[in-house]
Ligand binder design. Structure first.
Ligand code: PLP
Length: 406
């Protein structure tokens, strides 16, 4: 296809798709590792990793094979029946998240659905299983992002995502993001009538923001003290993104429930919650469900992702590559002092804080053949596949350097 034909295809997209995204003007058709090609054959280095959803990169032979084999055998049967891939995948997740205490898994299809499930589980556990009818409020933090469904958008602590959808649910409350480790304002708002608190181990869409040291430990202690369910939204930080299987491990705290999606399916839509055995008692037959949740195709893919990360020792790679990326982004802060303000992140989730809108910089980087994304408006985000090479990281940073110089 020529570039002109690609333009025509984009014009057709503008005619037939709703206008809720701001797509970059390329139509992608093929990928291998961290490289993708548009329909006109132009090549790009993809350091967005499908917004942190492709830990194995594009076209990983093991994942492609697992999907093809499962598709040939059985794609979908519904949760009227057991399926082996779902059981094996749940086993693999519970082994990795054993710290939660005899955990159990519920499968769904996306991050928003995983958070919905976590909130419903917490609510039912508190009000019905434990009989605390007064525990109504669910709290999240300013700057958070938890998804686009009504409940998750209501709990997203950024006005721009909520605007136009009100009135939203009345039991959602926002806690202030702590300014430092001594800031107890949020902790003091959690009480014996709080149902649950939900937070991201690193606020990703909010601009790659980390918590002050020790804050999450203090939050865990406060939730335990008040009997509040602690939910970690690990949709972006989970499945190795921060260099450990889950972001909570890096903070030395254990939540009651984690929500997962993005990297879990390696690009195949699959979400899940892993809940402690205690919490999981909140769900009884008929209280929650998903037609496609945990179907054979999705869970065969997710199982393959979990096994491949282990077999190829990709958590070690995330740590080493992440350190290289951090160091080279730090050099950009030194080189472009007025423009690049700070580097934040962990593992292979990094943000370069700019002094203004990051979208034009991301555009300029794309014109140099590298794909990056914006987080929180003013942050350039790197969330590459774990199979990224040092040379690819260097190429991405060089393109960003050139864009900041231009
Ligand atoms: C932390 C977090 N939670 C939830 C979501 C929503 O996930 P999904 O788009 O799969 O519904 C996202 C997506 O960016 C996210 O980063």
């Amino acid at each position: 296809m020529s570039k002109l034909e690609q333009e025509k295809l984009i014009a057709e997209a503008e005619r037939v798709l709703t206008h809720n995204y701001r797509q970059q003007p390329i139509v992608l058709s093929r990928g291998a590792g961290c490289t993708v090609w548009d329909v006109a054959g132009e090549k790009f280095l993809d350091l967005t990793g499908g917004i942190a959803a492709c830990p194995l990169g594009h076209g990983h032979p093991k994942l492609s094979r697992a999907i093809a084999e499962q598709a040939a055998r059985l794609i979908h049967v519904s949760n009227l029946f057991y399926v082996e891939a779902q059981i094996r995948c749940a086993e693999a997740l519970t082994e990795r998240a054993h710290a939660l205490g005899q955990p159990r898994v519920f499968f769904c299809n996306s991050g928003a659905e995983a958070n919905e499930a976590a909130i419903k589980l917490a609510k039912r556990y508190q009000t019905t299983f434990k009989g605390h009818a007064e525990r109504i409020e669910v709290m999240s933090f300013e700057g958070s992002f938890h998804g686009r469904s009504i409940a998750t958008v209501a709990l997203t602590g950024q006005e721009k995502y909520r605007a136009g959808f009100g009135p939203l649910i009345e039991w959602a409350r926002f806690l202030p993001f702590p300014t430092d480790e001594n800031d107890r304002r949020a902790l003091d708002r959690i009480s014996e009538t709080t149902c649950a608190v939900i937070l991201e181990p690193i606020q990703a869409e909010g601009g790659i923001r980390l918590w002050p040291a020790g804050f999450l430990k203090a939050l865990r202690a406060r939730c335990t003290e008040t009997g509040t369910v602690l939910i970690f939204d690990e949709v972006q930080t989970g499945i190795g993104r921060t260099g450990s299987w889950f972001g909570y491990e890096q903070e030395g705290v254990v939540p009651d429930v984690i929500s997962l999606a993005k990297g879990l399916g390696g690009g195949v839509p699959v979400g899940a919650i892993v809940a402690s055995g205690e919490l999981a008692q909140g769900f009884a037959p008929g209280t929650h469900a998903s037609t496609f949740g945990g179907n054979p195709l999705a869970t065969a893919a997710a199982l393959c992702v979990l096994e491949t990360i282990e077999e190829e020792r990709l958590l070690d790679r995330v740590k080493a590559a992440g350190e290289r990326l951090r160091a080279s982004l730090q050099k950009l802060v030194e080189k472009h002092p007025g423009r690049a303000k700070a580097v934040r992140g962990r593992g292979l989730l990094w943000g370069l804080q700019l002094d203004g809108d990051a979208a034009p910089v991301v555009r300029a980087v794309r014109e140099r053949g590298v794909l990056l994304s914006v987080a929180g408006g003013t942050v350039v985000r790197f969330a590459p596949p774990f199979v990224v090479t040092d040379a690819e990281l260097d190429e991405g940073v060089a393109a960003l350097d050139a864009a900041l110089s231009g």
